[in-house]
Design a protein around this ligand. Structure first.
Ligand code: ADP
Length: 247
């Protein structure tokens, strides 16, 4: 299959390994930490390989512009932003069309789990700051934001996690990085809350057969279960540490 790819970089080698040595179903090394910022109500740092994203949550609080408030629930406001130093070529600090769209996509991925009815007329602000980009920043952003919301003590129905599946040289691969995204045939970011059986983000760039789509979605959802377990472990570790120190 590989011969049909126009790229010179070999994305899948003779033994089926990817350009960074991973097998098709391997995630990148993941690191999660909560409470990384002092001034936010909740915060988290999440890394998938070289992709590094920080999320900060403020609220629930009274929104500065009263007209945006809703009488029956809190509004969730999300800003996704890539730091100018997050990419190889310095990215313009001005908000791009892509960042505006991703802010909405991330908000919609989180809204189903936030119990916003508890805070009528309030606003919950989520800042997703990409510190280093190497593919999968929106799904890493959703994962970091979910952790930061939990760290802020915002009541949630479940935690959300995200990962992208791709197709490179005819092979479905989990957790694609920037090279695989740029040179591959498809990129499908997914976010889900497995504990309430909800898929909250699903996008597909490129082309998959129906069978590949179904298998790819299953790969992503299985990985998201593990990612959400890691989120729980991260939260448990932080809070068990806090309670030990307090004793
Ligand atoms: P995602 O980060 O969710 O995969 P895209 O598919 O749009 O979103 O981007 C893939 C990757 O391309 C990003 O993670 C980042 O590494 C790179 N990228 C995106 N936008 C820019 C930009 N403006 N400048 C440089 N690199 C970028």
């Amino acid at each position: 299959m590989g011969g049909s790819n126009k790229s010179e970089v070999k994305l899948i080698d003779e033994s089926g390994k990817r350009h960074d040595g991973r097998s098709p179903e391997d995630l990148r090394p993941i690191r999660m930490e909560v409470g990384v910022l002092n001034n936010a109500n909740g915060s988290a740092l999440v890394e998938f390989g070289r992709t590094r994203v920080i999320a900060a949550v403020y609220g629930p609080k009274e929104p500065p512009q009263k007209y945006v408030a809703l009488p029956d629930r809190a509004i969730l406001r999300v800003r996704y932003h890539m730091a100018p130093f997050s990419t190889e070529d310095r990215k313009s600090p001005a908000p791009s069309r892509r960042e505006i769209e991703l802010s909405k996509v991330i908000r919609e991925a989180l809204e189903p789990v936030v119990i916003s009815e508890l805070y009528p007329r309030a606003a919950i602000d989520v800042f997703v700051e990409v510190l280093q980009a190497d593919g999968g920043t929106r799904t890493t952003g959703v994962t970091a934001a979910s952790l930061a919301l939990a760290d802020a003590g915002i009541p949630m129905r479940a935690l959300v996690g995200g990962v992208a599946v791709g197709k490179v040289e005819g092979v479905l691969v989990l957790d694609i990085d920037e090279v695989e995204d740029n040179l591959g045939e498809a990129d499908m970011p997914v976010a889900a809350a497995p504990d309430i059986n909800k898929v909250t983000l699903l996008q597909l760039n490129g082309v998959l057969t129906q069978e590949e789509f179904e298998r790819g979605l299953e790969m992503a959802l299985n990985a998201i279960k593990k990612i959400v377990e890691m989120e729980k472990e991260t939260l448990r570790n932080k809070y068990s540490k806090v309670s030990l120190e307090e004793v």
